[in-house]
Structures are given as C-alpha cells and as structure tokens.
Design a protein around this ligand. Sequence first.
Ligand SMILES: NC(=O)c1ccc[n+]([C@@H]2O[C@H](COP(=O)([O-])OP(=O)(O)OC[C@H]3O[C@@H](n4cnc5c(N)ncnc54)[C@H](O)[C@@H]3O)[C@@H](O)[C@H]2O)c1
Length: 254
Amino acid sequence: MEIQGNIAVVTGGASGLGAATAAHFASLGCKVAIFDLDRERGEQHAKDIDGLFVSVDVSDEVSVSAGLDAVENWAGSSVRVLVNCAGIVIGSKTVGKHGAHPLADFEKVIRINLIGTFNCTRLTAARMSEAQPLNCGDRGVVVSTASVAAFDGQVGQAAYSASKAAVAGMTLPIARDLANNAIRVCTIAPGIFMTPMMAGMPESVKQTLGDSVPYPKRMGDPREFAKTAAHIVDNQYLNGETIRIDGAIRLAPR
Ligand SMILES: NC(=O)c1ccc[n+]([C@@H]2O[C@H](COP(=O)([O-])OP(=O)(O)OC[C@H]3O[C@@H](n4cnc5c(N)ncnc54)[C@H](O)[C@@H]3O)[C@@H](O)[C@H]2O)c1
C-alpha cells in the first residue's frame, strides 16, 4: 500500500519509536494522527508534523472509538494504517526482595501492551473493513510492536515478556482473521533502541548496551524502526509475520 495520501494512526506517537514513525510517515506524505496520553508532547509533535493529536488510552474501548471518530472527522476519510507503539515497561522479579511480584503491576503491563494493542487493532480493523479496497487491493495494514524480550526475556521481565510474546503470538491469527477483509497484519520486535526511556541512562550503561549488539555496535535509531514500519506498509507480500530488528542481539539473562 502506498503511504502517500493515506491516513495513519500511530499509538504512543508522542515519544520514541512512535514519534519517529509518525514523523517518517508524515515526511512520506501520509496524514498522521497520534494517539497518546502525553498531551503536551503529543500536541507539540502533531504540530511539528502537521498531524492530529488525540488524547487516547489504548486500553480503553470508549477512548479508542472516540479517537477514531476524531481522526475520520479530521481527515475526511478512513484510517488505512495503524501502528501500535504505545507501551510501558515495569521490571519486577517473580519473587523479589519484597516478596511475590505485585499482581497489579503484571496486570497493568498486560492491560496496556497486550490488551491495548488488541483493542486498537480490532476497533481500527472494523473501520478499515467498511472502506473500499485501495487500487492495490489492500483495505488496511496494522503494524504492532513486540520486543526481542518476547523471545529472550531477561530477569525481571516476566510481565513485559508475556505481553510482548502475546503480541507476537496473535499476529498470525489476526492476519488470518482479517485476510478476507484484505487487511495485513505484521509485528516488529525491536532490540535496544535509543528512545527517551534509554536516553536517561548513564553514558556507561548506554555504552555497555551498545557494545552488546553484535553488529552494528550501537543502539538502534528510532528512524530505523520507522523505516521498517513503512516497508511493511509498502510491501504487500508481508503479512502475518513478526520481524526482529536488533543488530543480531540475543538478550542475556540479565
Ligand atoms: N526503546 C526500546 O529499546 C524498545 C525495545 C523493544 C520494544 N519497545 C517497545 O516499543 C514501544 C515504544 O517504546 P518507546 O521506547 O518508544 O517508549 P516511550 O516511552 O518513548 O513511548 C511510549 C509512548 O506510549 C505512550 N503510552 C503509554 N501508555 C499508553 C496508553 N495507555 N495509551 C496511550 N499511550 C500510551 C506514552 O505516553 C509514550 O508516549 C513500546 O511498546 C515498547 O515496549 C521499545
């Protein structure tokens, strides 16, 4: 599907990988709506890319539906691309210094990373299904974000890895569900990327993280994630797959 001239929603688009994706898609001539809870950064970024910011909680049904209504009113046509980037990390061991892993933390990570991704996917796909297919045949494309922690989760990542493994795991069945609707579904599993989350770490830690990547010996640039998302939209034969983008890193236990 051509990115130019179409409408995309990027969740988590106020920061990091989502912000880079929103900017890249806008630079390719796409109208981009950012769904995020961070109003200040989201509004500023939307302004910078001539897009729309909507305050949306991805895990909330009413909030996402209202967000999609706002995008349709703004753009005057249907959303064709959804990039799910909203996510959180809470690190905690199954049994740690203070006892068992807090269940509320586990539930929160699953709620936002997994249920939020599915919630946005199902509601956006329902609207894509109502639209006429484009000339290429596609009605829409969904790109979700897992993590290499889906496959080699580290100490303290039980909740995060569970949420991301589930995002990877549901990619094929959702692609199969939506095949008759001409909607493609892929997932990107990033390694270690230089986002605000990482930028705050001490220089020595960043260096060590970069050195742990076989090649190239550095953290990923969010623009490299954005280019992968754009390629998935562009390349019609990509469907039902989870793609690692990680410089060949395999995470150590800790
Ligand atoms: N940075 C990395 O190295 C890395 C590696 C692997 C996977 N990921 C995944 O990529 C995605 C983006 O990560 P990032 O590093 O850009 O993080 P980030 O913290 O920079 O951005 C995440 C954005 O999601 C938003 N968000 C959080 N909860 C939300 C909710 N309920 N509703 C709407 N928006 C919400 C935040 O406000 C924030 O703007 C996440 O899913 C993360 O798990 C990141």
